[in-house]
Write a protein of this length. Structure first.
Length: 482
């Protein structure tokens, strides 16, 4: 019979564990302090542990590290009420099995503990949890609490210590460079250089020189030797953004450097050794480009050792509020203005806006709003025209009463193509998904448990989708918990 050790100073949480793990095949041992948890660990030799980050006598991180020292084979799940990127990444790095955010979802808790028990002798996945309630607003940082971003934080924690190539996928403005910097900061190369190159912003004729360097006289205008990024970054990390924009010739040269760890400057004969960790990013579908012969298959497989996918802002639900609060604090401080509140009408409009430019567009919109603001409250009239005028446009994408879905999609596609969209795929998928959820909820009389069952997803997944699509405020069915 496997043993689960649960450590938490909140009696309600322990009662939740007792209620959830009523299976007679699981033995539950509980403790209310870190010190009691250490004692119970030695006494019961549990197969898995779940502990709160904040304990009355010591940190859950200290408990984790002690358990890891005694028996690194025991998976430890951390629980917290505050989910910052830094703690999440650090948690994964320190060796926890996973972590959960409060309030606990019994379904998710059961699934995770079952997996931990099943893999207690095999799994070696790092994880840790945030214990900070306020995100540092002094620099660009990753901010997010939604499930998709928590998975991103975990992935960063897993891959950062490993000296492997990473491919970051995501639409423009989602924060790919921030992810690359986070991997660098938590890696063994953090004392070396981090250099970023936007492959789409440099002309093809200059990109090879930018990356490999050149000797004096190598070509017209080369009046001095230039040291390229691969050489400058020796012992560090090189981030190549928009790598999908590389020409086949440049792709082949980068592949050769990755294979041989050596290269020649343009016009040179000396072979130069380089030790660089490469992180690449793109908003394109490299696999599709590879199949179409537009991207080298051998380079794709070299880059695709570990992949991190960033969600668009529209799919991140309540993260919008976290980001707005964080960015308002930061930009108000930088601009010397005090804007720390958002009018309800402005909140509503920002929630309904699709943010096709993702976090980068949100940053720009808030900067403009703070410049225009004449008091501490961000009013709707301070937002950029694109955001304020988007409401009727967005409403035009919603189903008209009695309109067939096919007709709606035809209208949506035509409208967005005329507008020169770069997010048509996401627009169509969101529209179809919204209609699917609305129809299913209507069929079940707004009973979300039944709707989730019919859809074949968990209630927590349904709740996240409803929130992301702006449908999360609908009341639950009578007698059903929200």
């Amino acid at each position: 019979m496997p043993t689960l050790l649960a450590i938490d100073d909140e009696r309600l949480i322990l009662d939740c564990f007792r209620y959830t793990f009523t299976d007679p095949e699981i033995k539950l041992v509980t403790a209310v302090t870190g010190q009691e948890g250490l004692t119970r660990f030695r006494e019961s030799q549990p197969d898995a542990v779940i502990t709160d980050i904040r304990l009355p006598d010591m940190s859950g991180i200290d408990v984790l590290q002690q358990f890891r020292e005694w028996d690194p084979k025991v998976p430890v799940i951390l629980v917290t009420g505050h989910g910052t990127a830094e703690t999440a990444i650090e948690a994964m790095r320190l060796g926890a099995f996973d972590y959960l955010l409060k309030p606990l979802d019994p379904e998710r808790l059961t699934e995770l503990v079952a997996r931990a028990l099943e893999m207690s002798r095999l799994m070696r996945v790092p994880a840790k949890v945030p214990d900070e309630t306020v995100v540092d607003d002094r620099a660009d940082v990753l901010v997010g609490r939604c499930a998709a971003m928590q998975e991103v934080f975990k992935a960063i924690g897993r891959v950062a210590p490993q000296n492997v190539t990473v491919l970051i996928l995501g639409a423009s403005g989602t924060g790919k460079e921030l992810v690359a910097r986070a991997i660098y900061n938590y890696s063994r190369r953090s004392q070396g250089k981090f250099l970023a190159v936007n492959c789409a912003a440099i002309p093809e004729a200059l990109l090879e020189s930018e990356l490999l360097g050149h000797e004096r006289g190598a070509f017209t205008g080369a009046d001095r030797r230039r040291i390229g990024k691969f050489e400058q970054c020796h012992g560090g990390t090189l981030f190549l953004d928009e790598i999908g924009d590389l020409t086949p010739l440049t792709q082949s040269k980068i592949l050769r450097v990755l294979q041989d760890q050596r290269f020649q400057r343009i016009g040179g004969s000396e072979m130069i050794a380089t030790d660089v960790r490469l992180i690449a990013a793109t908003n394109r579908d490299l696999e599709q480009m590879m199949q179409a012969g537009q991207f080298r298959a051998d380079l794709y497989y070299r880059l695709n050792v570990f992949t991190i996918r960033l969600p668009p802002l529209r799919e991140r639900g309540d993260d919008l509020e976290l980001l707005v609060e964080y960015l308002l604090r930061r930009y108000s401080r930088e601009m010397g203005k005090h804007v720390d509140q958002v009018a309800p009408e402005a909140w509503e409009l920002m929630r309904r806006y699709a943010w096709p430019g993702n976090v980068r567009e949100l940053q720009s919109a808030l900067k403009q709003a703070i410049v225009r603001a004449i008091g501490p409250v961000l009013m709707i009239e301070f937002l950029p025209d694109a955001v304020r005028s988007a409401d009727p446009t967005a409403a035009a994408f919603l189903p008209a009463p009695g309109e067939p879905l096919a007709a709606e999609l035809t209208r949506l596609i035509a409208t967005r193509l005329q507008a020169g969209t770069t997010s048509l795929y996401n627009d169509v998928i969101s529209t179809v998904e919204r209609q699917l959820l609305l129809e299913t909820l209507q069929h079940t009389g707004q009973n979300r448990s039944e709707a989730a069952r019919l859809l074949g997803i968990s209630r927590s997944t349904l709740r996240l989708k409803l929130t992301a699509l702006g449908l999360g405020a609908d009341p639950p069915a009578p007698g059903e918990e929200p």
